[in-house]
Ligand binder design. Structure first.
Ligand SMILES: *[C@@H]1O[C@H](CO)[C@@H](O)[C@H](O)[C@H]1NC(C)=O
Ligand SMILES: *[C@@H]1O[C@H](CO)[C@@H](O)[C@H](O)[C@H]1NC(C)=O
Ligand SMILES: *[C@@H]1O[C@H](CO)[C@@H](O)[C@H](O)[C@H]1NC(C)=O
Ligand SMILES: *[C@@H]1O[C@H](CO)[C@@H](O)[C@H](O)[C@H]1NC(C)=O
Ligand SMILES: *[C@@H]1O[C@H](CO)[C@@H](O)[C@H](O)[C@H]1NC(C)=O
Ligand SMILES: *[C@@H]1O[C@H](CO)[C@@H](O)[C@H](O)[C@H]1NC(C)=O
Ligand SMILES: *[C@@H]1O[C@H](CO)[C@@H](O)[C@H](O)[C@H]1NC(C)=O
Ligand SMILES: *[C@@H]1O[C@H](CO)[C@@H](O)[C@H](O)[C@H]1NC(C)=O
Length: 672
């Protein structure tokens, strides 16, 4: 024990020459980078290299920063003091640190220091300052920022700031990126950010701001106001071109469409999880009066209501991404689409849309993704020469049943159709009636098709002919009729097929012809057999869980075993003794059976059925049955033999009796 400790100490000593005798652990030095993190240090080790670039003292127990305690910082560029217990900094400590660019003071107790109301002194070379998680209240940051002329990035994340005053950033005019995430900001004084001419990113997310009345930060590129209590956002009336590209207003209580800069470069606008009802920036006058009376819309510091006065037409010529999900839209007027001509992604899911139509020629012709899932759609129409670039359409959860049968065929670039949770029927491929159904054949770009939970009754022959599907999900359509040629036309493309939860009793499809099929889900059905391959299969993952399978025939096992990598087969009434091929396959190392723990089979013991885990099947379970059969046969044979003998004996006996009787009769007769 003693020797081992001694050896350990020797090793530590060799690796780290800068060890204080009193301290058991030491810093790790690589060239000019010194890592003293996580050592429970209360004081900084005295003997450190004379020239340090990076000094990492994070996750220690330092309390006071004074020049007595700190090594020479004149060469340090990056000083990390994250997660200590710092509550005191000697004023002027950093004034000679002409190289110091990154100062991380996050996760300390600098509120205690700020309570002393002393300035930390000049931070002349610091570009990145992290003061997050220090319990700082309003105005406390002033003691750190009063002389930071080149500071560009500042984090005040996770403090308790309630107000940003117009002097807060007086001494840090070079700021480009300010992170005020997760505070309790209620008020921003006019002029707080205006003088910061280089400011480009401002994160005010997770605060308590209720209203932005005169947004005027022309140079700002990114503004995050998500998770506040905003009921409106209004830009100052201005002819200037705003640089704003990313605006995140998610999770607020905004009622009317925000008033955004007239000349804007907006690329990204997230308005999801608000209370929007229309794309207008204000509602009818009486509605406003009501809201004002109810106190929902407050007037902020003598400013007029946070709403636009005249319905000016807003346009967003550069907008690519617009998220309106989780609002209260009932409709979107066509005119709105002409104001977002470059839009690539539009999300209006989880609203109250009753109809959605894009009917004016040229509208939304850049749109690649449209999500109108989980609405209350009854009508949907796409006009000629609209949505020409659309690749992904989400329509799930709308209870739609009838549509113009050819609606999807007119989307020249459609790749992915999410139609689950509706009430669609599929039209037969070409001939036959074409009403009350949607046509899914001959769409030459379609690769992904999701049709689960549609109460489908049947998949007509050639339903997808001419649509080069890779993925087809037909799951959870209980009772759906899938015939021999339902999937015809998909032989050379289909890679994934799900028929889960369809109450299928049999399936008459020969998957040998589906050369690309890798993943086949047949779980939760009532299949009693799977004779699905006349030759080799290409399937790598097969799910047969929860069916009525007793045996898997040798043909099926031989067809599968070359390609199969993953097999689910639990919850089936498998036979232990009638499945030698399956059991052998399950034992192969290269086959992964994720549900092996619940794969069971049945055998007969003492004329009772017994369920055991397939991994517990022993030859005896089936041999014993053979032996019993043998014994029974022997007994039966013996019994039969015995019976035969008895019968013969009886016959002989009777014959003798007869003769005897006859003899007697004869005798009697003679006597008579
Ligand atoms: C830090 O300074 C305070 C007062 O300035 C003193 O009471 C405390 O003991 C010091 N702590 C350490 C660890 O030196
Ligand atoms: C900020 O500057 C203004 C004028 O430039 C001055 O009146 C104010 O006192 C300064 N505030 C701080 C906190 O330095
Ligand atoms: C500093 O801010 C700029 C943008 O203003 C940003 O791109 C950069 O990643 C930030 N750097 C750090 C270290 O946070
Ligand atoms: C805005 O802040 C939230 C919360 O911190 C974050 O989840 C979101 O990604 C941010 N938005 C943008 C556009 O960066
Ligand atoms: C939106 O404003 C237009 C006038 O520009 C008006 O016709 C329409 O009714 C308004 N829509 C709503 C829902 O208030
Ligand atoms: C649309 O928004 C919803 C809810 O915010 C989200 O779950 C969904 O993934 C989004 N759709 C797309 C296509 O990104
Ligand atoms: C749907 O369209 C039909 C005819 O095209 C129309 O009569 C009906 O009012 C529309 N329903 C809705 C909710 O827009
Ligand atoms: C089989 O599926 C049915 C229907 O989903 C379910 O109720 C049942 O619990 C499943 N059985 C097993 C053993 O997993």
């Amino acid at each position: 024990m003693g020797t081992r400790l001694w050896i350990l100490m020797l090793v530590v000593h060799q690796v780290s020459p800068y060890r204080r005798p009193a301290q058991p652990l030491t810093c790790h030095v690589v060239q000019e980078d010194v890592d003293c993190s996580g050592l429970n240090l209360r004081r900084i080790p005295v003997r450190l290299p004379s020239s340090i670039h990076l000094l990492d003292l994070s996750r220690n127990l330092l309390q006071n920063l004074t020049d007595r305690d700190l090594p020479d910082l004149s060469t340090v560029q990056h000083l990390n003091l994250h997660a200590n217990k710092i509550q005191f900094i000697q004023p002027g400590l950093f004034q000679d640190t002409s190289r110091l660019e990154v100062l991380d003071l996050s996760g300390n107790s600098l509120d205690l220091y700020a309570a002393l109301k002393t300035h930390v002194g000049p931070l002349r070379s610091v570009r990145h300052l992290d003061l997050s998680g220090n319990g700082l209240f309003t105005d406390m940051s002033d003691y750190f920022l009063s002389d930071a002329p080149v500071l560009t990035n500042l984090s005040l994340d996770g403090n308790s700031i309630t107000k940003i005053s117009r002097h807060t950033f007086n001494g840090s005019q070079a700021l480009r990126n300010i992170d005020l995430h997760n505070n309790v900001i209620i008020e921003i004084e006019e002029g707080a950010f205006e003088s910061l001419t280089g400011l480009s990113e401002l994160d005010l997310s997770v605060n308590s701001i209720s209203c932005i009345t005169d947004f005027n930060l022309v140079q700002l590129k990114t503004l995050n106001l998500s998770k506040n209590s905003l009921n409106s956002f209004q830009t100052v009336d201005s002819d200037l071109e705003f640089e704003l590209q990313y605006l995140d207003l998610r999770e607020n209580k905004i009622l009317y469409f925000p008033v955004l800069p007239e000349r804007n470069k907006l690329v990204y606008l997230d308005l999801s999880r608000n209370l929007l009802r229309s794309v207008n920036c204000s509602g009818p006058l009486e509605e406003l009066e009501n809201l004002k009376a109810s106190g929902y819309l407050s007037t902020d510091h003598d400013k007029p209501l946070c709403l636009c006065v005249n319905q000016r037409h807003q346009a967003f010529p550069k907008l690519l991404y617009l998220d309106l999900s989780y609002n209260q839209f009932k409709s979107i007027p066509s005119s709105f689409f002409s104001s977002v001509a470059s839009l690539e992604s539009l999300n209006i899911s989880n609203n109250c849309l009753e109809s959605f139509s894009v009917d004016l020629e040229g509208h939304l012709n850049s749109l690649k993704t449209l999500d109108i899932s989980y609405n209350n759609l009854q009508n949907l129409s796409f006009g000629e020469n609209t949505l020409a670039a659309l690749e992904v359409l989400h329509l799930q959860g709308n209870a739609l049943s009838t549509l113009d049968p050819g609606i999807f065929s007119r989307l020249p670039n459609i790749q992915s159709l999410h139609l689950q949770q509706n009430l669609f029927s599929i039209c037969p491929s070409l001939k036959g009636p074409m009403h009350d159904c949607i046509r899914l054949s001959s769409i030459p770009t379609l690769s992904y098709l999701y049709l689960s939970e549609n109460s489908l009754e049947s998949v007509p022959p050639g339903a997808f002919h001419g649509s080069p599907l890779l993925i087809l999900d037909l799951s959870l359509n209980p009772g759906v009729d899938v015939g021999t040629s339902s999937l015809s036309g998909l032989e050379t493309t289909l890679t994934h097929l799900s028929l889960r939860g369809n109450q299928l009793r049999n399936l008459a499809v020969d998957f040998t012809f589906f050369q690309k099929l890798k993943c086949l889900d047949l779980s939760v059905n009532r299949l009693t057999g799977v004779s699905l391959w006349s030759g080799d299969s290409s399937v790598e993952s097969l799910n047969l869980q929860n069916n009525s399978l007793v045996t898997l025939t040798s043909d099926t096992v031989f067809a599968l075993q070359e390609s199969l990598r993953t097999l689910y087969v639990g919850s089936n009434p498998l036979s232990c003794c009638g499945n030698p091929y399956l059991l052998t396959m399950l034992q192969q190392d290269r086959l992964n059976v994720p549900d092996i723990a619940v794969v069971t089979c049945w055998y007969t013991r003492d004329s009772e059925s017994v369920e055991i885990s397939v991994s517990a099947v022993e030859p005896e379970h089936c041999e014993s049955v053979d032996r019993k059969v043998l014994w029974i046969s022997v007994i039966v044979v013996l019994a039969l033999g015995l019976m035969l003998v008895s019968v013969v004996a009886l016959k002989l006996c009777r014959l003798k009796k007869h003769r005897f009787k006859r003899g007697i009769r004869f005798k009697r007769g003679i006597n008579a």
